[in-house]
Design a protein around this ligand. Structure first.
Ligand code: ADP
Length: 785
């Protein structure tokens, strides 16, 4: 190829001009890398003359940190002989480093041999900075985006959390909420609202107003529906308590509130509100009301008065019952503690006041029984209790308390105590041996007589066991005590009891259980009477009676023998005297006649007396011939024997019913004869009227023989049944004084009694009894034959 030097120069000139107008720093270097050309821009940029930078002087301008990078890139490129790009910083003339993009192109011959390099450095500092700004902006943006995303996520979570919290809060507060849109008629209920109606939000729909009418308590429904209508019409919020029922009928209560929703124009477009389930509260409130109602009833019934004392200001408040108890007038009550202290009984004031002050000072709660004096002077016993409310520092703020009337109980206690004392004294001084034992047979009390009877004088046996006090107790008595503790009442009229070293004693005893106020057996009471003396006396009497009976018998035998044996000589005397009188009457002188008459009379009286005595002694001597006796028959026989006297006196004898008895007919006839005879004999100036009557009293017939005779002076009534006792002289009324004694003997030997009631000039009534025959009918008519 031919080279035209001018052309080449021209090209070079053009090339140089071109290079020097470029904004890049241009350079060339040989195959070894030594720089052989630097554009003026390079020199200008670096502020270092070209000569200093040719060869490898340019590397001095590189940033120390980038030098190695540049060397490495160059080394790689010179080995491979390929173009390369590398970025590094070059120092400007003012010392500031700027980034350059270096691009190197290999310069080869037509055979491809490396001849050198062309290169350009483009200032990319601004680009770098723009990129850096962009990337930091990007980063910032990314950060912001990230933050915004995070925040969105967070706020989303927060909303979810809030919604959850709201639900939880609603559940915890039993607070349901709802939202009603007028236009669509749509109602939205919170889960809790479903729950509060006993419904399940998963299956049930909110209740429409009509459906709510069915579950509301009627009165609540009226108030609720009115409030809703009013709110929709006026925009006024409402809040009211309503009652409704669960589907199973359980009553529930809710606090319903509602407010209006308005649109931008202020028109009412719906309602929203809450329903708080207050069932628990309501039930508690109802229970409280019931309790406080009961409490009021109890305190009113028990007449418990309440008081409250403001300790700091000394103000005392009493309720009506307190005033009633103390007899004070609420209008004139000054309300100071003194109002109370001046009413407490002086004897009880110090103790009561001290107890109250101690309780105020932090001691035990006040509890006392004390007396008060009412304005009318009456005294009452009161019970009192109080508690003290305190400030945080422990000082008393106020005291509240109650008073109640104990007077009746106290008086009952006192009277019980008095009657206990009385009973104790009564038992102690009772003239009988009495002991009261408990269930363990320990003495509760014993009379002094008990101590004396059992040789325990001066000993305190209360609390000691009966068996220890009287160790010689027979076993059979221990068994009796057990029966009595089981409820039996036991007794014995005569029981013997021997103690070691003491003579045998005789007891009459009775043991009975005593019961406590609940009716349970609390122990036993023993009544005993030592009858040893009486028993000895009885034995003595029995011996004496036997003795007496024997001597009586002897006497009767004697009387019988005497009267029987006397009859014979008497009959001789009487016979002789009669003969003497008959044959020698008027033959002797008058005196002799009189004497003979005396002998005849005396013998006659003697005979009567002896006959009467004989009859009397026979009654006791001979055994009774007991048969069924028609008393009417024996009465008639007696009347026949008395016929002369009856005729002579014109006596009238009247009788009706006469029973059958067991007895000796001869003796019973004698009995009627004597009593009827006396009724006629002791007559007044009127003709005798004798009335016989019989009546049954239990197991006896009571006979009465009433006359209208002269009667008997009451002072003599006691003695007329005694032998030979007469109230009249022989001349007034003849007799021996044996008749009534005989009557008594006959009646007694038939198991009966005889007595008389009489007044002088008013007649006499003689009574006697005879036993009713065993098994005989009570009917009087059956006795009449
Ligand atoms: P006597 O008739 O032989 O004197 P009694 O033993 O029959 O003896 O009576 C005792 C006394 O009781 C009588 O003396 C008489 O005074 C009195 N007496 C008995 N029966 C009556 C009578 N029916 N009315 C009044 N006095 C009577």
């Amino acid at each position: 190829m031919t080279r035209d030097p001018d052309k080449v120069r021209a090209v070079e000139e053009r090339f140089r001009g071109l290079v020097e107008t470029l904004p890049q720093l241009v350079w060339t270097c040989g195959a070894d890398g030594a720089c052989d050309y630097l554009s003026p821009q390079w020199v200008q940029y670096t502020g270092v003359v070209e000569s200093e930078q040719l060869g490898f002087g340019w590397t001095e301008r590189l940033h120390p940190d980038d030098r190695q990078l540049a060397v490495d890139a160059w080394t790689t490129a010179s080995t491979s002989g390929t173009a390369f790009d590398v970025n590094f910083r070059i120092r400007r003339h003012d010392g500031i480093y700027r980034w350059f993009k270096t691009r190197a192109m290999p310069k080869t011959d037509e055979h491809g041999n490396l001849l050198g390099w062309y290169g350009s450095n483009t200032d990319i500092q601004d680009l770098f900075e723009a990129q850096a700004t962009l990337s930091s902006l990007n980063k910032e943006l990314e950060l912001r985006v990230e933050r915004a995303v995070a925040e969105t996520k967070k706020s989303h979570r927060d909303i979810e959390k809030l919604a959850h919290q709201l639900k939880e809060a609603q559940r915890l507060a039993n607070l349901g909420s709802w939202d009603y849109d007028v236009a669509s008629g749509e109602v939205v209920w919170s889960d809790e609202l479903f729950r509060s109606f006993g419904l399940d939000s998963a299956h049930d729909l909110p209740l429409s107003l009509e459906q709510q009418a069915d579950v509301f308590e009627p009165d609540s429904w009226v108030r609720f529906s009115r409030a809703v209508a009013h709110a929709l019409a006026t925009g006024e919020a409402y809040r009211l308590e309503v009652q409704f029922f669960f589907p199973d009928g359980t009553p529930r209560w809710s606090l319903a509130s509602g407010e209006c929703k308005r649109n931008a124009k202020g028109e009412i477009v719906g309602l929203y509100g809450t329903a708080q389930d207050i069932t628990e509260l309501k039930l508690t409130q109802l229970q409280l009301e019931r309790n406080s109602g009961r409490m009021r009833l109890v305190t009113a019934a028990a007449r418990i008065g309440f008081w409250e004392l403001d300790v700091v200001h000394g103000r005392l408040i009493w309720d009506d019952v307190m005033h009633d108890l103390y007899g004070t007038n609420p209008r004139t009550f000054s309300g100071s503690l003194q109002d109370w202290t001046e009413r407490v009984h002086l004897e009880d004031l110090p103790g009561t006041q001290e107890a109250f002050q101690q309780s105020l000072a932090g001691g035990e709660p006040f509890e006392a029984t004390f007396r008060i004096v009412r304005p009318d002077g009456t005294v009452k016993y009161l019970g009192g209790l109080a508690i003290v409310h305190r400030y945080a520092d422990g000082s008393a703020e106020r005291a509240v308390g109650v008073n109640w009337d104990l007077t009746e109980r106290k008086e009952a206690e006192l009277s019980l105590r008095a009657s206990e004392h009385l009973l104790r004294d009564f038992v102690r001084h009772a003239p009988a041996a009495i002991a009261m034992l408990d269930l363990n047979l320990c003495y509760l009390q014993a009379s002094e007589r008990w101590l004396t009877d059992y040789g325990l004088d001066g000993q305190d046996i209360v609390g000691r066991c009966h068996y220890d006090v009287l160790p010689d107790m027979p076993e059979r008595w221990k068994e009796i005590y057990q029966r009595v503790l089981a409820g039996a009442v036991e007794g014995c009229n005569e029981d013997s009891y021997s103690r070691v070293g003491a003579p045998r004693e005789w007891l009459h005893w009775e043991a009975r259980p005593w019961r406590d106020s609940q009716g349970k057996i609390g122990g036993l009471i023993l009544f005993t009477q030592v009858i040893t003396a009486r028993k000895q006396l009885e034995l003595q009497i029995r011996t004496q009676t036997k003795e007496l009976e024997r001597s009586n018998h002897d006497l009767e035998q004697f009387a019988y023998a005497a009267s029987h044996d006397l009859q014979e000589p008497l009959r001789a005397v009487s016979g002789c005297a009669s003969i003497l009188q008959r044959q020698y009457q008027n033959q002797l002188d008058a005196h002799a006649d009189e004497l003979i008459q005396h002998v005849v009379d005396g013998a006659g009286r003697m005979q009567t007396l002896i006959l009467d005595l004989l009859t009397y002694s026979r009654v006791g001597r001979l055994g009774l011939q007991h048969t069924r006796v028609q008393t009417e028959s024996v009465l008639k026989e007696a009347l026949l024997l008395l016929d002369g006297a009856v005729q002579e006196s014109q006596a009238v004898v009247d009788y009706k019913f006469m029973p059958v008895v067991m007895g000796d007919s001869a003796q019973l006839r004698q009995l009627f004869q004597n009593l009827l005879g006396n009724a006629i004999k002791y007559r007044s100036s009127d003709p005798p009227e004798v009335c016989l009557s019989v009546r049954r009293i239990s197991r006896e017939w009571e006979f009465s023989i009433r006359d209208n005779g002269i009667g008997i002076d009451p002072k003599h009534l006691g003695r007329i049944f005694r032998l030979f006792q007469r109230l009249h002289s022989r001349t007034e009324h003849p007799g021996t004084g044996i008749g009534l004694a005989l009557c008594e003997k006959i009646v007694n030997s038939h198991g009966g009694q005889i007595w008389v009631k009489s007044e002088p000039n008013h007649g006499s009534t003689f009574y006697f009894t005879l036993p009713v025959i065993d098994g005989e009918s009570n009917d009087e008519s059956q006795e009449v034959h």
